[in-house]
Design a protein around this ligand. Structure first.
Ligand code: AGP
Length: 614
């Protein structure tokens, strides 16, 4: 995915666009650019690399102007390069366009435009936009009509911003399938400023209110917002307050967002519990509109998600089975959406997504709805596409997560899946008051137990020293912590680029144990519980083959500690809650390993925060 911004207002446009792009850099960071009106002519500056590289270029050209658009890219069509960077222009350089998403029929449009004599300089799908608009202008349509006619030619998912010299006081926009938000603010002297962006952080703290565009909506802003629906009828932009605060999206005293977000987990959990637990016994989701009698009659849940969100969904499956006594499956969205799932009206499909924009999870949701199944989504962004297309939404309440490697959203997902399972059990009369009170009582101890784990960071960093030069690491876990092993492996591989695989420990002897050697360390997630003795066996099998073992153990488990080459301790908890704790050492382990390897922790290579393309 990419990030786009637009601005009209009293401030120097380049400073606003750059600051906005910096806040969207988590969406893509292989190249960036801005286009702006400078005395009614369009100027453009773009560069391969990060926003900082673009800033260096901008310093060379004094920018005059107050109207412009900008883009930070995650390459889909065409390699990361200056020529493929957005904005893209027509040959006369009178139109500039930025886009997030994919124009699926761009080759057909490109062929048509080439037959009309248009030349292309980039490999991107986006470049068809300025040329198509130019074509319609040259056919006699005004810029606005040319823009709309171009939109009607597009297949795919997009969020677009455009400026054109025929209307040098306007920024045009359109949204269909990719997020785009309008915002209003005013500067210190009370002058209005209008902005657009792919996500709210780009506005903070400039904007006071925002409007989340719906699919098919388009328009422009000059001194005010002019908004239209797909057929062209003018509609109102109902602005709502911008809830995100600057400190939510700033590093503060942290060096990286990932470490800040790891450290936010205890307070986040306290905030979630305070919101969800009523009179110390009842679990409520005020935003969930499903009638209780419907939920209690759901016979089967199918959880579909991607990456970290699926890992939390795998534990969510266990919560629904063990606590709510319901049938539950967990599947990759990218598999679920194509396997023509067999499900009846007694099935509720659950989507889990931090961003609420993941293409595969959105497609899974739409596949479910095409089969007349209801969809409940657990999302961190309640204004996201997935949230808006779901029948029910539960807000993860994790606060903005900027680091590409998901951490606090994961524990927020686990917490909400557990609370939801208890809610379903409760409305199905499966829990005694005592059982509910016991769970809630222990849940309330988890934040401080998380804080205790964070105090072991120095020790975890020492273990990272022993991993930093490895080429491969295996992670093993069982039942409640099988997905912890998968998540620990995903964290390590996505930010340190060390190959890592998580396995169900019982699978180890069915092949993966062949990988064990002195060069391939094994992380065993073995907190106190039913599976502990089995995991001791796994650990001994590794040691017997000259393998090195790092074990996640419950504090005081000296027996297990004596068998491992190093331990990462977690406070004791019931096994069902252990995933909320065992993941923290692995988050920090991957963080420090990546730092020691000189990797960019918050913006790992090849990745973006939300995968909005398939
Ligand atoms: C997790 O660290 C990764 N960034 C990635 O696997 C992510 O969890 C996945 O792309 C799903 O994203 P979502 O939760 O926004 O849908």
């Amino acid at each position: 995915m990419c990030g786009i911004v637009g601005y009209i207002g009293p401030k120097a446009v380049d400073s606003v666009l750059i600051v906005g792009l910096e806040k969207l850099e988590y969406r893509g960071y292989d190249s960036a650019g801005i286009a702006y009106f400078d005395r009614n002519e369009i100027s453009i500056i773009k560069e391969k690399g990060r926003i900082a590289d673009l800033e260096e270029q901008i310093k060379k050209y004094p920018v005059e102007g107050h109207i412009g658009i900008g883009h930070t890219r995650w390459a889909t069509h065409g390699e990361p390069s200056k020529v493929n960077a957005h904005p893209h222009m027509n040959r006369d350089k009178t139109i500039a366009v930025v886009q997030n998403g994919i124009i699926e029929n761009y080759l057909e449009l490109k062929t048509e435009l080439k037959s009309l004599g248009y030349m292309f300089i980039s490999e991107t799908d986006t470049e068809v936009l300025p040329h198509m608009i130019d074509r319609y202008v040259k056919e006699g349509f005004d810029l606005e009509k040319a823009f709309v006619k171009t939109l009607h030619r597009l297949d795919g998912k997009y969020a677009i911003a455009m400026i054109g010299e025929k209307n040098p006081d306007r920024v045009y926009f359109a949204k269909d399938g990719a997020p785009l938000i309008l915002a209003e603010g005013e500067n210190l002297s009370g002058k209005k400023e209008l902005l657009l962006a792919s996500d709210v952080p780009a506005f903070v703290p400039l904007a006071k209110s925002a409007y989340y565009l719906n699919d098919g909506e388009w328009g422009y802003f000059d001194s005010t917002i002019h908004l239209f629906d797909r057929p062209g009828a003018q509609i109102n932009a109902f602005m709502e307050p911008v809830a995100i605060k600057l400190e939510d999206i700033s590093l503060g005293e942290y060096e990286h967002f990932m470490r800040k977000e790891i450290y936010e987990q205890p307070e986040m959990l306290e905030r979630i519990l305070a919101e969800r637990i009523v009179n110390n016994e009842t679990i409520e989701f005020s935003e969930l509109k499903f009638p209780r009698e419907y939920l209690s009659k759901v016979a089967r849940f199918i959880i579909q998600a991607c990456g970290t969100s699926l890992n939390s969904g795998m534990i969510g499956k266990l919560y629904l089975e063990q606590v709510a006594k319901k049938m539950a499956d967990a599947d990759y969205s990218s598999e679920f959406r194509y396997r023509n799932p067999v499900a009846g009206g007694d099935t509720l499909v659950i989507g889990i997504s931090q961003s609420g924009e993941t293409a595969d999870t959105l497609a899974g949701l739409r596949e479910a709805k095409s089969k007349f199944l209801k969809v409940l989504s657990f999302v961190n962004n309640i204004n996201s596409t997935i949230a808006r297309e779901s029948d029910g939404v539960i807000h993860l309440m994790a606060g903005p997560e900027i680091g590409v490697a998901s951490t606090k959203a994961y524990t927020a997902q686990l917490t909400h899946m557990l609370l939801f399972a208890y809610h379903v059990a409760d409305i199905s009369w499966l829990l005694t008051s005592e059982e509910k009170r016991d769970l809630i009582k222990e849940l309330k101890t988890i934040p401080d137990k998380m804080r205790k784990i964070l105090q072991y960071e120095t020790k975890i960093k020492e273990i990272a020293e022993r991993l930093k030069n490895r080429n491969s690491v295996l992670f093993l876990g069982r039942t409640w912590n099988h997905a912890t092993a998968l998540e620990g492996a995903l964290k390590l591989k996505e930010i340190s680029y060390i190959h890592a695989e998580g396995y169900a420990a019982g699978e180890f002897k069915h092949g993966p144990i062949a990988l064990v050697s002195a060069e391939v360390p094994v992380v065993v997630v073995a907190p106190k519980g039913e599976m502990r003795t089995k995991l001791i066996s796994n650990l001994q099998e590794v040691k017997a083959r000259n393998g090195e073992v790092f074990a996640i153990v419950t504090e005081g488990d000296d027996e297990l500690a004596s068998l491992a080459d190093a331990v990462l301790e977690v406070p004791e908890s019931s096994e069902i809650l252990s995933p909320l704790l065992t993941i923290l050492p692995l988050q920090l382990l991957s963080y420090h390993t990546a730092i020691l390897r000189g990797c960019d922790v918050d913006k790992p290579r090849n990745l973006a925060k939300s995968v909005t393309v398939e």
